[in-house]
Design a protein around this ligand. Sequence first.
Ligand code: FMN
Length: 288
Amino acid sequence: MLSEKYVTPGMNTMDSIQNRISVRRYSDSAIDDYSRQEMERCLQSAGEGPFGSNPRFKMLNIKPLSRDEQNKLGSYGFIRGAHLYILGAVKDQEGALIDLGFCMEKIILKATRLGLETCWLGGTFKRTAFASKMDLADEELLPAITPVGYAAKEIPAEKRKARFKPGSKKRRPWTKLFFEADGKTPLTEKAAGPFSGPLEAVRMAPSTSNRQPWRIIKESEGCFHLYLKEHKIINRFLSKIQLQNIDMGIAMCHFDLVARERGLPGQWLKSFAGPELSGLQYIATWKK
Ligand SMILES: Cc1cc2nc3c(=O)[nH]c(=O)nc-3n(C[C@H](O)[C@H](O)[C@H](O)COP(=O)(O)O)c2cc1C
């Protein structure tokens, strides 16, 4: 039975984006049956990403495994107390990491809506050991996993929201992320019009080492170009997986979900091209 504590009635996408927070200490309680079934359903229907890959996902309960096996899996002490993990695999092809970020963030937001906590892990987990539990095909990667469960200590709603308030060190302000068509003039919320919601949802997204590498320029009404401001050490040297490409997929997921929920027209197109901007790598365009 689903305990009332874990139901969040009426939580829309923006609420779940605001409530999601990286949790690294978990309670020993198993997740309730309803949530477990809902999560399984969500994993099976994660769908295709905007670049055409179909990542696949698996839920892994490490509690029944032998102590020896549990020790082989792990997160170098970053995550404590979690028994349940979601593993995400994808065929290594163009746009695969973006697609994985896009599809896996939908799963993470579903978990948030069910009152469950998560934490994207792209670096601090034993990739080879978890990969052995995923039966990877030759050309498949295991870019990321997340624990899923209840927090060891309840997280106050204010703490969740504080990250996005003006002056918070946890998120960059609009002026550093979103720009007019010249790529230089900051885009105001007023000038973004109805798309201020999807843009704010991008600003709230989780990202590797919280670098927030997304930059967006508004070309015209309803047309937005997404760029990656790459941190080369994080993206190329610290891990074999280009984690900031996953960040781009997460941002596209937030923008897409909020735009759809608010009835705003458009979709992410990869065949379009934004203007060349110095120091930025073009990713995709949102357009009607
Ligand atoms: C693709 C990706 C990989 C991440 N990898 C790790 C990781 O290996 N270890 C970790 O503790 N946190 C990891 N994080 C979590 C980020 O540090 C976190 O999202 C960021 O600091 C913002 O905090 P918030 O999620 O609480 O809003 C990762 C996040 C993303 C999006």
